[in-house]
Write a protein that binds this ligand. Structure first.
Ligand code: ZN
Length: 253
């Protein structure tokens, strides 16, 4: 599969704001006829329908503190091992994880990494099914902060990277357990974000209209996810270790 990404220069990546980065990415998508196929959307929908109908009520149960701690230990191990085997050898100190009501403070109902407090939070109603990906995502933001990536890149780029690592966790768990246990909450979110990206592309001018500023924060996850999805398809899973080591060349072209 080829990627529609036009090369970003180092200067663009560090100096362009998210809006410009998004515009360049959306323009590059225009040259592709079948964008659904480019993103494997039909396959994802097929998997989602298959697995969603088999999800057990046990997996939909809200995780208690002990279960969440155990899941977080496993996720840290999985993310660290994944990045290490792909060439990112940065030492990662353990970090506290806390249950919290998040919407008021962080505007999210899933998870958050607070770099000022140095803590990861997860929503108090997180289910066993969705916690590995939520914690994998926030743990990636923590590693981004350690690596200095926060100061080198924009939010769209950081969210895309975190979504990509989150996808590795979902795939690892799907392989480790029965494939029927493939994380449907992750798949649903991923499908929604790819569909949003295609919708944003269709409504390109409208989405960048100043009259819709409230939509912009959500686009960063959608477009970042799509950006890294295509870069991974072209260059493989090493892209996450590369960017966390400060090497952006695989995303740049
Ligand atoms: Zn994030």
């Amino acid at each position: 599969m080829t990627t529609p990404l036009k090369p970003f220069t180092e200067e663009q990546l560090t100096s362009l704001n998210d809006e410009h980065l998004a515009k360049i990415f959306l323009e590059s998508l225009s040259s592709y006829e079948n964008k659904e196929r480019l993103f494997g959307l039909l396959d994802m929908l097929h998997h989602y329908r298959r697995f969603a109908s088999r999800l057990t009520s046990e997996k939909r149960r809200v995780a208690n503190n002990n279960e969440a701690d155990k899941i977080f230990d496993e996720v840290q191990e999985q993310v660290n091992t994944f990045l290490y085997t792909k060439g990112c050898r940065m030492p990662v100190r353990p970090i506290p994880v806390n249950r919290a009501y998040l919407r008021a403070k962080y505007g999210t109902n899933t998870g958050a990494y607070d770099c000022l407090l140095g803590k990861i939070f997860y929503a108090d109603d997180s289910t066993i099914d969705e916690l590995p990906e939520i914690l994998g995502h926030e743990f990636t933001h923590y590693i981004q902060a350690l690596s200095g990536m926060f100061s080198q890149t924009t939010t769209l780029f950081q969210e895309g990277c975190a979504r990509g690592v989150e996808r590795q966790i979902a795939e690892l768990n799907a392989k480790r357990f029965d494939p029927q246990e493939y994380n449907t909450s992750f798949l649903r979110r991923h499908i929604d974000e790819i569909e949003n990206t295609l919708d944003i592309h269709r409504r390109y001018q409208e989405w960048f209209s100043p009259s819709l500023p409230h939509t912009w924060p959500f686009m960063k996850h959608d477009l970042g996810n799509a950006l890294f999805y295509l870069a991974e398809a072209k260059h493989g899973k090493r892209i996450y270790a590369d960017v966390l080591r400060g090497d952006f060349s695989s995303i740049l072209g």
